[in-house]
Write a protein that binds this ligand. Structure first.
Ligand SMILES: [Zn+2]
Length: 193
């Protein structure tokens, strides 16, 4: 069901302490530009404000309905902006944050999951032996595995990688560090190179 208010509104009627605010901040909305290109994933709250300000239309809504004292409304799951957006997809940088995200916080040698602070970045071919800072040469490793591997290659110490490291595809979900895809978004998502 497509629904959006006919009257543009400037004021958001719910203050940030209201439980509804929390619900809407948790629900996510896929934002498309006027050509239906997926741009980013934003909070449903922000998406609703864009609809109310008449800058976007709601294409799909979440099943959760929100209630204010005077009205009820559906929260947007997908919105389309009324304008085209000039944007380019930057290549995702091979840094600590992104490597841990790609590897799902899983040590790529023992396969266990760790908190960020317990993980290190391991150069598969050690830096001291010419290994580069690239997506295919860096993996998340727990401190124990990293220590065990030391300044060797995995083959030299008989350690196996859980999976071969790759550069993540730079699509909208990766950029937003989303690990799950809303079913309702699938019709609107396509990958960018
Ligand atoms: Zn480990």
């Amino acid at each position: 069901m497509i629904s959006h208010p006919s009257e543009p509104r400037q004021q958001f009627p719910i203050d940030s302490k209201h439980p509804l605010y929390t619900l809407m901040a948790q629900l996510k909305t896929l934002k498309l530009d006027a050509s239906y290109r997926p741009i980013e994933v934003i909070d449903a709250l922000e998406a609703l404000v864009l609809c109310w300000m008449d800058k976007a239309l709601m294409l799909e809504c979440h099943t959760e309905k929100a209630y204010s004292p005077n009205e009820s409304f559906y929260l947007p799951a997908v919105i389309v902006l009324k304008r085209l957006v000039k944007f380019t997809y930057n290549n995702m940088q091979c840094n600590r944050h992104n490597v841990l995200w790609r590897d799902h916080n899983t040590c790529q040698y023992c396969g266990d999951i760790f908190d960020d602070k317990e993980l290190t970045l391991d150069h598969i071919i050690p830096k001291s032996r010419g290994g580069l800072n690239t997506w295919t040469n860096i993996v998340a490793a727990c401190k124990d595995c990293n220590q065990r591997k030391g300044d060797k290659t995995p083959q030299e110490v008989n350690m196996k990688l859980v999976r071969a490291p790759k550069k993540p595809i730079s699509n909208v979900l990766n950029r937003c560090k989303m690990r799950t895809v809303e079913e309702i978004w699938k019709n609107y998502l396509w990958e960018f190179k």
